[in-house]
Structures are given as structure tokens and as C-alpha cells.
Design a protein around this ligand. Structure first.
Ligand code: NAP
Length: 647
């Protein structure tokens, strides 16, 4: 895995002027300016006439005109040439004050002081790993070796937990139900599957990858990344593949978890561990719609997350039920080669333009990420900052807002107008289609999709039909709708989402005194910071209740916060010579009250939303975090031991 974790100063530059001039054409001009400051030691660029005019997600040219970009490139060629000819030696680094001004420059606004520690940690300008685990007091090797942690799941977050446990020297085993690493990126193999968070940010902070082939990589490349990380950090030999945790029970006197696992052959056994980390994700138990006659269909059918490579779809009539993030990627990909695609939509989706969504990372960009000092680090900032907390106000309900039937605030209304115009620009000439694709619920109320025009272009194809009637019945060869029309199909794809609200389901977890986690949580799972719950000592969740992000960031960032916190809990346990750490009921309940109160003021709870995986049966939001990333980062830097009992 070349290119991972390079020092941010980059490799020495040896390329000639013509090569460099070509490479510069690929680059984000504002990010390039940051690298020039590192190379030249001259920060006067920050005061020059060329400045980003605004900072928007996925807009990495700062709204520079062509002429401004050309001027930056010309200046860059000069600076890079001098830096190269000087043996790629860097002047003294910019001062903290200059770094802050550089952030303000890219953000086209003042980055508040309170955000600096978070952003500096995320950028890792020193090339280290600020989130790495450190012991605070000595825990003898022997004591550590007697401790054992079991991690459930080896997706992005389980792998991360394993890496950190390994670095702490704490023995661990990972139980993974699949034959490979990657979790969601192992399972979801449907045509067109790709990430929708910029990849140069969607990777571990300590394991940046300068070689992504696309800005939003497809599933095989993501899987390769996680595979490479598992190998590099020696996690693989700790994983029991094709094994599922079916139950776990806390044994009070021993202070241990007894974990029942079952392998592919059906063989069951009980493993014992001191602590249990659940990293099972929120989106891995497929949800099928309850449509009468589903079992009568004679052709093949599959859930989007369980795509069958043995099923032919090319040249066939494919019915796709659902229009969420998965369908949004499947339909445009299969439409050109399927005979017919019938898309059954229950709700239309809000989407926003991202022209780079399917774009390749050019060779110049890859070269710059590897060679131009700190370019990769500032590029990460440029992806993270506009996706950080700036979007939160548009998600918050303004009680004074006079148009609550269509939006929740002025910022939310502005997003609604922009996104509606974007839809109109594409299909304004087809009023029937336009009516179907303009959502009838508040903007940003559900997951907003990234789009490069491919969704609506697919829906306009001759061989694609968007049906906005509910499917009332499925028969041997067709799907029938409430309006009496029926649609023949050779194959059904259920892109109908997941049981997101059933955390840790279908495992049976019993905590102190035999308390069942399922009963304790019911339909409203809750945990302190989404990580730990009373009655369940030494049990921790990564990506648990109330931690999905709908407004910002990436789940990798959030998981890094949670894993740091969990390791902090384990450190308290081991350094204090304790057996058990358990979240206090009071701390949990107060947090839960706060998060529920906050969530009730957010757009995701708006009445116009009839269905959403963000909500439970009663309409309460249980899966999302409403918190600014900065606050959550601060709260999870280390556990407040007052929130726990240690015994
Ligand atoms: P989803 O967002 O829950 O979408 C499910 C779709 O199925 C919705 O359109 C839903 O309609 C529809 N549906 C559900 N039950 C139905 C029924 N009985 N009849 C008709 N339609 C029905 O699921 P998803 O698309 O798999 O995405 C889930 C999440 O996974 C995403 O929000 C995202 O967080 C993640 N994801 C990410 C990516 C990415 O990063 N690129 C890709 C895929 C998924 P309603 O809207 O009316 O409920």
C-alpha cells in the first residue's frame, strides 16, 4: 500500500518543469497556495488579491476565476522550481498564527479559536498520530496480557478498534460474520457502489491515502484500503472470520463477558473476554418491505446489500424498489445495460450537485498529494471544514420561522430553493417527471444525496420508468400498484434499506443481573455519547445509538472519537486495577435527555417526513447525533470518570 501515511512534507521533487506545469493544472488552486507558503516561507499570499470567495462542500477551487487559477499556477511553478533546485529543503514551518490565518483563508471566514485543536489534530501537520493511545501510568505487561477484549465486527470501526487495541498492547479477538474485512464495504457490492464523502477525508486520520483513483472511490477500492490497513497493523491474525456473535452474558463475580459465537458450520462455542466492543454498524441488517406476494415472484430477487453476482441483470427487466442512497447508485449504473428498469419510489430524494462525484483523480493531483509539502494535509482540511459544523444551522428548527410547512429556517429555505432549482434545471422541460422528483418534505430532513446529474439522466432514459405509486402486490412475474397498473419484471432489487434502529440486533446481550439490552433499549436505544449504557459494564459501542451523522463529517471521524474514548475507559480499568467500568444511570439519563431535546429541534423530526431510517416506529430520532462535531470531539477526548462506577 504505497502512498499511505507519507510524511506530510512529501517526497523530494525531481520532476522537470514541464511535468510540474502539467501537474499544476489538476490541482485545487487555494490548496496549492497553502503548500506554496510552506515551500517559500512567505505568507504574503494570504494578503494578496486572490482569495477564495466562499467555502462550500466539494468546491475546492474557492470560486477562483480561470485567470486567478492561472496566476496561482504561474506563481507556483516558480516557487516549486526554487524548492526543487534547493534540494527540496523546507524553510522553518509557518507559526501557529500563520496556520490559523491559512485556515481562515481557505475557509473564506474566521475559523473560531475553539476549532483549532480539532482541525490541527485532524490535519496532522506534524505527520504523527495525535489520536493514538497512550498509557498514563505503567500497566505491567503481565497484567495487560491477562486482559482480553472481544471486538464484534471488522468493518471500518471494528478494524479501527482492533488497531488501537494492538497499539496499546491489549490482547484482542475480532469476530467477523463475513469471510473478509470491510463490513459495509465488504457486503455492498451492487453496481455503482461508492462512498459519498470525499475520500481524501474518508480514510483514517493516521492512514491517509494519496492514491485514491477517484474522489469518491468505488467499493472495491475502499475494500482494498481496509484490507491493506488490516494487514499493515497485524489485525488479520486476530480475526475469526465467518463467525457470528449470537449472545453475550456478563458474569458479575468474574467481571467477564461470556460470548456465544457460531461459525459457518453451525458449531457454537463460548469465548470469555474482559471487555466487549460492538462495532456492528447501523446499516447491516437488510430490511425487506412487507408487500403481499413477495414470495410468489418466480424470478430472482435480492437486497441491495446482498447483490448476487450469479444473477444476470443485463438485458433483463429489473424492478428496483426504493429510491434511497443505494438505489440512487444502482439505477444509473444498470440502466444503460438492462432491458428495462422500473423504479418504485415511495418518497423523492433531495440531492445536491457534486460534479466530481464520478471523477477520476488526475495524475497531477496524485503527484501533488505525494510531493508538494503539506498539500495533502491542507486538502484534507478543505474537505473537512465545509463539511464540519457549518451546515448545522440549516438543520435546526427556527421557532420563529414563518413557513414551517415547507422549511425550518431561513438557511433551510435557502437550501430548499437551491436544491429545487437544481432539479428544475435538469428536468424542468418534463413537468410530469419534475412533479415526481421534487420531494414533498423538508429539505435536509432525510439523507441528502450527492449527485452529478446521473440520477435524473437515468430516469429520463427510454428504458427507465419512475413509478410513484405504492406497490400493493407482487405476483409471479409482475409488480402491481395501487392504481391498478402492473409492471412485468425478470428480477427484483430491494433497495429498501436496513433495520437501523435495532442496535446489536439480533444478538441477545445480557448485562448485570441478567438485564436484557433488547428490553432495556426497546424501540429507543440510548447510550452515553452513543458508547456505553448502564447495566452493561465493560460493553462499548462504536457507531452506536445517536452517533450517525446527517449534518457533517464522516463516520470514520466519529469512530475515531469513540474508539479513543473506549480506550480511555479501558485505560482507567487497567491502570486502576479494576475489573469493571459501568456508566452511571444518572450520567446516561441526563445525556439522553439532552440529546433527545436537541434532536426534537432538528429538521429530522419534522412532521412532513413520513418515513425515514433516522426514526423509530414512534417517529423519534434515535440513530443521529445532533451535536456539533467539535463538541462531540471534545466530550470524547477522554472519559469523565465521574460518569462511571469502577469496581
Ligand atoms: P434507505 O435510505 O433507507 O432507502 C430505502 C428506500 O426504500 C427508500 O426510498 C424508502 O422509501 C424505500 N422503501 C422502504 N420500504 C419501502 C416499501 N415498503 N415500499 C416502497 N419503498 C420502500 O436505504 P439505502 O438506500 O440502502 O440507504 C441507507 C443508508 O445507507 C443511506 O442513507 C446512507 O447513510 C447509507 N448509504 C450510503 C451510501 C454512500 O455513501 N454512497 C450508499 C448507500 C447507502 P421512503 O424514503 O419513503 O422511506
Amino acid at each position: 500500500m504505497t502512498g499511505l501515511n507519507r510524511h506530510p512534507a512529501g517526497l523530494p521533487i525531481q520532476e522537470d518543469d514541464a511535468f510540474i506545469a502539467r501537474a499544476l493544472c489538476d490541482l485545487s488552486a487555494p490548496t496549492l497556495m497553502m503548500s506554496l507558503i510552506h515551500m517559500s516561507g512567505d505568507a504574503s499570499l494570504l494578503d494578496g488579491p486572490i482569495k477564495p470567495k466562499a467555502c462550500l462542500l466539494n468546491e475546492v477551487q474557492g470560486f477562483f476565476s480561470e485567470a486567478e487559477q492561472a496566476a496561482v499556477r504561474a506563481q507556483a511553478l516558480d516557487v516549486i522550481r526554487r524548492y526543487r533546485d534547493n534540494g527540496s529543503l523546507l524553510p522553518p514551518p509557518p507559526t501557529p498564527g500563520t496556520i490559523h490565518r491559512m485556515m481562515n483563508f481557505l475557509a473564506a471566514a474566521e475559523v473560531p479559536e475553539s476549532y483549532l485543536p480539532l482541525m490541527l489534530e485532524e490535519m496532522e501537520l506534524a505527520g504523527g498520530d495525535a489520536r493514538a493511545f497512550e498509557w498514563q501510568a505503567e500497566v505491567p505487561e503481565k497484567q495487560r496480557q491477562r486482559f482480553h477484549v472481544l471486538v464484534i465486527g471488522c468493518g471500518m470501526s471494528g478494524l479501527l478498534a482492533a488497531i488501537r487495541l494492538g497499539q496499546a498492547g491489549i490482547p484482542y479477538t475480532v469476530i467477523e460474520k463475513n469471510p473478509g474485512v470491510g463490513g459495509t464495504w465488504y457486503e455492498n457490492r451492487y453496481p455503482g457502489c461508492r462512498v459519498d464523502v470525499g475520500n481524501h477525508f474518508y480514510c483514517y486520520s493516521f492512514e491517509p491515502n494519496n492514491e485514491w483513483s477517484e474522489f469518491f472511490a468505488q467499493q472495491p477500492e475502499l475494500k482494498r484500503y481496509f484490507d491493506a490497513c488490516a494487514t499493515k497493523y497485524g489485525v488479520r491474525e486476530h480475526i475469526r472470520f465467518e463467525t457470528e456473535v449470537i449472545a453475550a452474558r456478563w458474569h458479575e463475580p468474574a467481571g467477564r463477558w461470556a460470548v456465544r459465537v457460531r461459525d459457518q458450520s453451525g458449531h457454537e462455542e463460548t469465548l470469555v473476554s474482559n471487555a466487549l466492543i460492538s462495532a456492528v454498524g447501523q446499516l447491516n441488517r437488510a430490511r425487506f418491505p412487507e408487500i403481499p406476494g413477495r414470495e410468489r415472484f418466480t424470478g430472482p430477487s435480492m437486497h441491495s446489500s446482498n447483490w448476487r453476482s450469479d444473477v444476470a441483470w443485463r438485458g433483463r427487466r429489473v424492478a428496483v424498489i426504493g429510491t434511497g442512497a443505494s438505489a440512487f447508485q444502482i439505477v444509473p449504473t444498470i440502466a444503460p445495460e438492462a432491458a428495462q428498469v422500473t423504479v418504485f419510489q415511495r418518497s423523492a430524494q433531495w440531492m445536491f450537485p457534486n460534479p466530481n462525484y464520478h471523477a477520476k483523480v488526475g495524475p497531477g493531483k496524485k503527484w501533488a498529494l505525494q510531493h508538494l509539502p503539506y498539500y495533502a494535509r491542507w486538502y484534507r482540511f478543505y474537505l473537512f471544514w465545509p463539511g464540519c459544523d457549518g451546515g448545522l444551522p440549516a438543520m435546526r428548527v427556527d421557532p420563529e420561522w414563518p413557513h414551517p410547512e415547507r422549511s425550518v429556517s431561513a438557511a433551510n429555505e435557502a437550501a430548499r430553493v437551491t436544491f429545487s432549482n437544481y432539479l428544475r434545471e435538469q428536468v424542468g422541460d418534463d413537468p410530469a417527471l419534475l412533479e415526481k422528483v421534487i420531494p414533498d418534505y423538508v429539505c435536509l430532513g432525510k439523507r441528502t444525496l450527492q449527485d452529478n446529474g446521473s440520477w435524473l439522466a437515468a430516469l429520463r432514459r427510454e428504458n427507465v420508468e419512475l413509478v410513484s405509486e405504492a406497490v400493493s402486490e407482487i405476483r409471479e412475474h409482475e409488480l402491481c400498484c395501487e392504481d391498478g397498473r402492473s409492471y412485468p419484471a425478470d428480477l427484483i432489487v430491494y433497495a429498501t434499506g436496513f433495520h437501523a434502529n435495532r442496535f446489536l440486533w439480533p444478538m441477545e446481550i445480557q448485562g448485570r443481573g441478567g438485564t436484557s439490552l433488547r428490553e432495556q433499549w426497546g424501540d429507543e436505544p440510548s447510550a452515553l455519547l452513543g458508547i456505553t449504557a448502564p447495566n452493561f459494564p465493560n460493553l462499548f459501542c462504536v457507531y452506536g445509538p445517536g452517533t450517525n451523522l446527517a449534518h457533517a463529517g464522516s463516520i470514520i471521524f466519529h469512530s475515531e472519537c469513540q474508539v479513543r474514548y473506549i480506550l480511555g475507559c479501558l485505560r482507567a480499568l487497567l491502570e486502576g486495577g479494576y475489573k469493571a467500568i459501568e456508566c452511571r444511570r444518572k450520567a446516561h439519563d441526563e445525556y439522553n435527555e439532552r440529546i433527545q431535546d436537541e434532536l426534537s429541534h432538528m429538521v429530522w423530526s419534522h412532521d412532513s417526513i413520513r418515513s425515514s431510517w433516522y426514526r423509530n416506529e414512534k417517529g423519534r430520532v434515535t440513530v443521529l447525533s445532533p451535536w456539533p462535531l467539535r463538541d462531540y470531539w471534545e466530550w470524547t477526548r477522554e472519559p469523565k470518570l465521574d460518569d462511571f462506577t469502577l469496581s
